[in-house]
Design a protein around this ligand. Structure first.
Ligand code: NAD
Ligand code: WQD
Length: 339
């Protein structure tokens, strides 16, 4: 039971990479996904990489009866909850869609964990909870700023829900991992990010521009108060991020957590500018990217990067992949998708 993990949203970008790392670490994985932002090809990719086909259940985490059946029929002690919508702009236009899916899915999972006496839950939080932080890098004690989007608000609310559920239920332990900017793909190029429509995020926009699907990358602002005028972010390789989930599950399973609810920043600890990232992509892949400087994008913070001391010390985890390798993997994945 302790070596079995339920992964909600496991067909998605971060969930599929985490499933691979869990399988490689000897876990048996049950994936639940409603395929609202993914497809079965990621499950095929997982099988090709690991040689193991994870058990897949197509279900909506908000559907309590369907999820109760999953809990009734499968023994597992740990749940990693990735299932959520994640488009910041869409969340501003359609807040109810985000509150319904991101909050209801999580509350449903937590209620069922309580009902069935399941112990450990890992939640996908985000650096978005810090907003425009006053002091950088941010530590887990940096005060959260009021969320600037309904999406960000769902992450803050879900963290608080987890804290309260753990406080009320002695049997439950929770970890929230605050991801910074996940990028890249598995080095095999068999799984990666599959954005639908025009990408919002920088790296998929870069790879689609390099592939000729987008004409030109717009760099949103070169007049920020940063060394080169563009925004600074902490870009974390998705495989490094996936490994952080494995060590966090191990910590809970082995009872190594210091408190029953813990939060960890998961980033590299290194700020990288948009211009640096673009140059890195060109260098890693020996190509030239068509880009121009455009006005600032509404809602962007100037800079945010992680202090990862806590994850380094407590989880024994640190980001290992070099940025250029990550950017090479992102391009290999884009080429694989377009084949
Ligand atoms: P993704 O969209 O690729 O994966 C999410 C998966 O959840 C998809 O496969 C989708 O089909 C599924 N899903 C959504 N709602 C569901 C529901 N109600 N029931 C069942 N399945 C459902 O996104 P991702 O980038 O892999 O993100 C995973 C998690 O990490 C999300 O919670 C996201 O908010 C969080 N996160 C992502 C980033 C990022 O930049 N990618 C950064 C910080 C946090
Ligand atoms: C990175 C940098 C842009 C696109 C978002 C969410 C956050 C988290 C991660 C989920 C910024 C610049 C971008 C482009 C550009 N997701 N950029 N041209 O905004 O840091 O974070 O994803 O939790 O909540 O807000 O990521 O990749 O969109 O942008 O110049 O076409 O790239 O201005 O400085 P962001 P991003």
């Amino acid at each position: 039971m302790n070596n079995r993990v339920l992964v909600t949203g496991g067909a998605g970008y971060i969930g599929s990479h985490t499933t691979v790392e869990l399988i490689n670490a000897g876990y048996e994985v049950i994936v639940v996904d409603n395929l609202s932002n993914s497809d079965r090809s990621s499950l095929e990719g997982i099988r090709k990489i690991t040689g193991v086909e994870p058990k897949f259940i197509e279900a909506d985490c908000c559907d309590k009866e369907a999820m109760r059946k999953v809990f009734q029929e499968h023994e597992f002690n740990s749940v990693i909850h990735f299932a959520a919508y994640k488009a910041v702009g869409e969340s501003v236009a359609e807040p109810a869609k985000y509150y319904r899916n991101n909050i209801l899915s999580f509350v449903t999972i937590l209620e069922l964990m309580t009902e069935f006496g399941r112990k450990n839950v890992l939640f996908s939080s985000s650096a978005t909870v810090y907003g425009d932080a006053d002091v950088l890098p941010v530590t887990e004690h940096t005060p959260r700023k009021p969320a600037t989007s309904p999406y960000g608000n769902t992450k803050q609310m879900a963290e608080d829900i987890l804290r309260d559920m753990v406080a009320a239920n002695q049997n439950l332990a929770g970890i929230a991992l605050r991801y910074f900017n996940p990028i890249g793909a598995h080095p095999s190029a068999l799984i990666g990010e599959l954005p639908r429509g025009v990408p919002n995020n920088l790296v998929p926009y870069i790879t689609q521009t390099a592939a000729g699907i987008r004409e030109c990358l717009s760099i949103f602002g070169d007049d920020y108060d940063t060394p080169d005028g563009s925004c600074l972010r902490d870009y974390i390789d998705v495989v490094d991020l996936a490994r952080a989930h494995v060590v966090a599950v191990e910590r809970m399973v082995s009872g190594g957590s210091k408190q029953r609810y813990e939060i960890f920043n998961i980033g590299t600890g290194r700020p990288v500018s948009v211009f640096e990232l673009v140059r890195g992509f060109e260098q890693a892949n020996d190509l030239k990217l068509n880009y121009k400087v455009a006005p600032r994008r509404a809602g962007d913070v100037t800079a945010v990067w992680a202090d990862t001391t806590l994850a380094n010390q407590e989880l024994g985890w640190r980001a290992e992949r070099e940025l250029l390798d990550t950017l090479r993997a992102a391009w290999e994945w884009e080429k694989h998708v377009r084949q």
